[in-house]
Design a protein around this ligand. Structure first.
Ligand code: SF4
Length: 316
């Protein structure tokens, strides 16, 4: 079983762009081994042809309309109806990747025009299809293909995807032990994201008020989503690494200590990636057989095969 991602078809699956093109989404092949994809092209699904005249979003009396300027046909209602239909059919998805800047699929920065032709761009928004899907699946990891080329954004996306996917699976076990183990193995990853949220999750698992299990699972999920609502800071990651380092710092030599602290400084100064530190820390955890840390997810938050140093450095 793998997580399932809803994806715009033109990102490597079909030549369905308005001009008959396909987009080269360079991460796709690497991702296919670990993720199942559900490709869809909303514009084709509502009956448009390939190729077709392009669409645009036009602001009309404070409403966003999806218009084909060459024919002046308004496809907004068809697109919204299709989004509603498909979101009922694909209930079990774990993430979403959509084509950036498309008036249908873009999740942000889609141009909004003041009129059908010869008109200015007045603002930017979400694509008409994307807005409907994102309103419904606000809690899922969602990105545009271009932003995923940024290392930090991609690592966050994969981390959230695989943590939420595993959570969905342990929820099916419906056992307190499964929830406790899950929480315990994620502790240092949570610490790296948001210490306040980590503590809230810990309180839910402690269950002082003896709440029923289904209530705990639901509350835990709500707080987990909040924890992953923004990218983790480097400062928090370093704090989390230093806590792990504390478990064996007295057992290693002065030279080893200095080497590790120097690595952490290099990470702070953008000279190395965090996987380097995670691997060195893990090697000591294995050497000293520190049970509590062996399965900490912070060492490998998503499958190692998805680790790649591709980095556009564009975050917009
Ligand atoms: S951006 Fe969306 S609507 Fe446009 S071609 Fe790609 S999948 Fe189809």
């Amino acid at each position: 079983m793998k997580p399932k991602i809803l994806i715009s078809s033109c990102l490597g699956f079909a030549k369905c762009r308005y001009n008959g093109d396909i987009v080269n989404f360079e991460l796709l092949e690497m991702m296919k081994e670990y993720i199942d994809f559900i490709p869809i092209c909303p514009e084709v699904e509502i009956g448009l042809t390939i190729p077709r005249d392009s669409l645009r979003i036009v602001k009309n009396d404070d409403e966003y309309r999806l218009i084909q300027p060459s024919t002046k046909i308004d496809f907004t209602n068809e697109m919204k109806a299709y989004a509603e239909k498909i979101s009922k059919e694909i209930k079990d998805i774990d993430g979403i990747i959509l084509k950036g800047r498309s008036p249908s699929c873009g999740i942000k920065d889609v141009k909004v025009y003041s009129g059908i032709s010869n008109s200015a761009v007045v603002e930017k928004t979400k694509g008409i299809f994307a807005k409907e899907i994102l309103d419904k699946y606000y809690y899922l990891p969602t990105e545009e293909e271009g932003r995923l080329l940024n290392l930090e954004i991609r690592e966050h996306f994969f981390t959230k995807l695989f943590v939420l996917y595993d959570y969905k699976n342990i929820k099916k076990e419906n056992s307190m032990k499964a929830l406790i183990d899950f929480h315990s193995n994620n502790k240092y990853l949570y610490f790296a994201y948001d210490q306040t949220q980590k503590n809230k999750l810990g309180q839910i698992v402690a269950n002082q008020n003896k709440k029923p299990l289904y209530e705990l699972f639901n509350e835990y999920f709500e707080e987990l989503i909040k924890l992953f609502s923004k990218l983790p800071s480097k400062k928090n990651y370093i704090n989390s690494y230093l806590h792990i380092f504390g478990y064996f710092s007295k057992d290693i030599s002065k030279n080893e200590r200095e080497f590790l602290l120097d690595l952490i400084e290099k990470y702070r100064n953008n000279q190395i990636e965090k996987t380097t530190i995670a691997n060195v820390l893990k090697s000591y955890v294995i050497k000293y057989n520190i049970d509590y840390l062996l399965n900490q997810r912070i060492f490998s938050p998503f499958p190692d095969g998805l680790v790649s140093l591709i980095d556009s450095s564009i975050k917009h």
